[in-house]
Design a protein around this ligand. Structure first.
Ligand SMILES: [Zn+2]
Length: 251
């Protein structure tokens, strides 16, 4: 299966894309919300990529092997709106609405940063046409701003931190979980590399500042939006530190 499932904590699941064509890595933070849709997904990826690989079907199957069902996702966080990260958003909303897990009411909610939502309606939507695809229907109903995003499943509260990290796209965000020292970086930071800045709305100056902002955090796991030749998840404080030093050479 093109996704490799990897669990780094009881409630943090990584789905690393290993197909031949393009797609992003997806991360699931499990059981953070109250009710029948307790899971948070970050960047559900493509439905189908440029090589015809059925990325979303693969993701759903790999998640199922971990006991995580797409219809039990309550919150979809998009780090940014490039097609390879957010095309499957609508499919999750529809699966959750159809499933009737809570008696037919409600559905998964979609979250985006304010500047990324504005960028998507002005420019980002057209990126789908560039890739010969129909634009994704995102319809965010939660607008993320820099700062704490505190979630509760009724038994415990989890404080995630939303970081505004423009450069790859104007409204890119990273999600930091301070208690776990986990940083989900979208297309801002990879293993030994950084996100492209040549797409519309990209800025190398902004990206450099964003990387320096992330480098200040206490991080044991970097969970990036794509894998590189060297790998995907960057594990261990020392390796994370060396990774920041390595990517500074890009600027
Ligand atoms: Zn991107």
């Amino acid at each position: 299966m093109p996704h490799l499932g990897k669990r780094i904590a009881d409630d943090i699941y990584c789905y690393i894309w290993q197909g031949r064509g393009n797609n992003c890595n997806t991360y699931v933070l499990a059981s953070l919300l109250r009710g029948k849709r307790p899971h948070v997904i970050i960047d559900p990826g493509f439905l189908v990529n440029e090589l015809g690989e059925r990325c979303f079907d693969s993701l759903v199957r790999t998640m199922q092997a971990d006991g995580l069902r797409a219809e039990e996702i309550g919150l979809i966080v998009n780090t940014h709106t490039h097609p390879d990260h957010c095309q499957a958003t609508e499919a999750i909303v529809e699966a959750s609405a159809r499933s009737g897990v809570d008696g037919g009411v409600g559905q998964a909610l979609t979250a985006l940063s304010v500047p990324e939502a504005e960028y998507y309606s002005a420019v980002g939507e057209k990126m789908f046409a560039m890739f010969g695809m129909n634009a994704a229907k995102l319809d965010p109903c939660i607008y993320l701003v820099e700062g704490d995003l505190v979630l509760s499943n009724g038994n415990r509260k989890v404080a995630l931190r939303v970081l505004h990290t423009p450069g790859h796209s104007p409204g890119s965000i990273c999600i930091y979980w301070p208690d776990r020292k986990v940083l989900v970086t979208g297309d801002v930071l990879f293993y030994a590399s950084v996100g492209r800045t040549d797409f519309p709305g990209g800025s190398i100056t902004d990206l450099k500042q964003s990387i320096e902002k992330l480098a200040q955090l206490d991080v044991e796991y970097v969970l990036p939006g794509h894998s590189t030749e060297l790998g995907s998840v960057v594990e261990g404080r020392e390796k994370v530190r060396r990774n920041f030093n390595a990517v500074r050479m890009f600027f």
